[in-house]
Design a protein around this ligand. Sequence first.
Ligand code: RIB
Ligand code: CA
Length: 310
Amino acid sequence: MSTRIILDCDPGHDDAMAIVLAQGAPEIELVAITTVAGNHGLELTTLDALRICSLCDIRVPIAAGCASPLVRPLVTAPQIHGEAGLEGYSWPEPTVRTVPDHAVDLIIDQVLAAPGEITLVPTGPLTNIALAVRKEPRLAGLVREVVLMGGAFSRGNQTPAAEFNTYVDPEAAAIVFGAGWPVTMIGLEVTEMALATEDVFQRIDAVATPVARAVSGMLRFYQAQQLSSVGIPAPPVHDPCAVARVARPELIECRDAYVEVELAGKLTAGMTVTDFNPAAGRPFNARVGISLEVAGFWDLFIDSLVRIGG
Ligand code: RIB
Ligand code: CA
């Protein structure tokens, strides 16, 4: 029995890998893709989604969403994801198009049409997800689960305190963690274990399909960017970890916690303040990823890449 998901993303190299995994994993039924501003502006994150969906022959509704965070100005990540979008591969014109619906409306309509069945998998800033549950509060009781890539309980990567997705739109993240629906936070403690080592590159290259060649080229660009900007030789591929949690939950150990997003801190805005102590008296509102079964994660990704073919 596969799990039906809507992937809300800001492609972005690792978002593109999350789309590949969602399409290839047998445990996942990809219902729709929605895009949000984050790694790039909305026009480019949407073009990138169309590019990867065209390459993988993904024929699901793709809807563009919010072009800026709820309150703060947009911060993008060209130092990691470049300027032209999914650099590392020569992209032809996309063969698929967006639907006219706004992402927020597509999310609402899909969930209302399938109560209790849809898992939302956000892998970018949470602007679309927050607006969806604000516009249609019934979503909090109708969404099967929210499994998001974002946050961390012990570190940041945009600032020492905050991870990029929750840093870009802290107000949206606060709405998502406070909406009362089941939330699983796949944060940096998990995703920084998903490193694209040379062994991973060799396994991807051995698949030897057009999709694998695109993934390899993109990942090499992403590796070079991470090396030059962060000094990391084997880059963490964050977003596929959220999809992996849905496909094979046993790959990611989680613990229940209370998570609240810092909004006022001059140095800590966007920090996902996490309390694992049940005696603190604050009701647990999230499952928080603790660790990743690394070999099993990469086996899942490579198997999905093979299944896509292309
Ligand atoms: O901090 C990593 C997250 O920020 C990933 O989702 C990456 O794509 C960027 O959006
Ligand atoms: Ca992302």
